[in-house]
Design a protein around this ligand. Structure first.
Ligand code: CP
Length: 305
């Protein structure tokens, strides 16, 4: 089947065969990242623009590294150092950058749906690098690749996503993806941080971490998004950590081969303790490594249309 789309805007719309195709291709790019010379000429002459309206360390850097390892030319626009601060709209910004004829835009924006709107106004490909509370498709793909590397399957696995589900685009993309690939997904957190309609996406809901941990093959810990919590949705960080923090004591209840994941950035000591984040079950840095390979695959597929 391959992957014939102009854009990658979310996981929700993807077919299982498309996800499998991207993950298989990502695996072949992993090998390039282990070489001493990590560069191939595949995208020579192609232009990638990173347009980030929100902060990012992992996503922006790994898209940039991915593009450069494929020999594409890359340009990064951040909100604070561009004419965005003078009041230029996101659409005007896109139209002006589009006039320079790039091949791919990689966009992060605080508004859900912003990449979809922009994709309708450019013939270049658009990759959603995180839009509001909606989707973060490349994160879900690198998460699925990491689970597959370690567990050799997604089908039949029990994945528990813990924490601030309400504000999490990572959770939404992972629920869409993991459910399509046959995993069971349980979301666990305080009621105020679980969206009311999350079961419609196929996830089960639990408010008791102790009930979820023993059966989990994978525990995906989410960052408590302090910047998105305008209304007080929690009594205190300390209380959150007491009830939902993943620490060494709680991990004693888990399977011996449980995987601990976190998309980053972590609030150490809040949603995850340092000994778990850095411990033997953690695959958090494997996720970051796989992020480069997945983003190479995505840029390869979209820039070569
Ligand atoms: N996982 C993730 O999106 O991290 P960044 O915000 O650093 O890109």
């Amino acid at each position: 089947m391959g992957f014939k789309r102009k854009d990658l805007l979310g996981i929700r719309d993807l077919e299982v065969a498309e996800i499998e195709y991207i993950l298989n291709l990502s695996r072949s790019f992993k090998e390039i990242n282990e070489r001493s010379i990590k560069k191939v000429p595949t995208l020579r002459g192609k232009t990638i623009v990173h347009l980030f309206y929100e902060p990012s360390t992992r996503t922006r850097t790994s898209f940039d590294i991915a593009a450069k390892r494929l020999s594409a030319d890359t340009y990064s626009i951040t909100a604070s150092t561009s004419s965005i601060v003078k009041g230029e709209t996101v659409l005007d910004t896109l139209k002006n950058l589009d006039a320079m004829r790039p091949d791919v835009f990689v966009i992060r924006h605080s508004a859900s749906g912003a990449p979809h709107m922009l994709a309708a106004h450019t013939t270049a490909s658009v990759i959603n690098a995180g839009d509001g509370m909606h989707e973060h498709p490349s994160q879900a793909l690198l998460d699925m690749l990491t689970i597959l590397d370690k567990k050799k399957r997604l089908d039949g696995l029990n994945v528990v996503i813990v924490g601030d589900i309400f504000h999490s685009r990572v959770a939404r993309s992972n629920i869409w993806g993991l459910k399509k690939m046959g995993s069971k997904v349980v979301v666990c957190g305080p009621a105020t941080l679980i969206p009311p309609n999350i079961e419609e996406m196929g996830a089960e809901v639990s408010y008791r971490l102790e009930q979820c941990i023993p059966d989990a093959d994978v525990i995906m810990v989410l960052r408590l998004q302090k910047e998105r919590q305008q209304q007080m949705m929690l009594p205190s960080m300390r209380e959150y950590s007491t009830w939902y923090g993943i620490n060494a004591e709680r991990l004693k209840m888990a399977k011996k081969d449980v995987l601990i994941m976190h998309p980053g950035p972590m609030n150490r000591g809040v949603e995850i303790s340092p000994e778990v984040a850095d411990g033997p079950h953690s695959v958090i840095l494997d996720q970051v490594t796989n992020g480069v390979a997945v983003r190479m695959a995505l840029l390869f597929l979209l820039a070569q249309r």
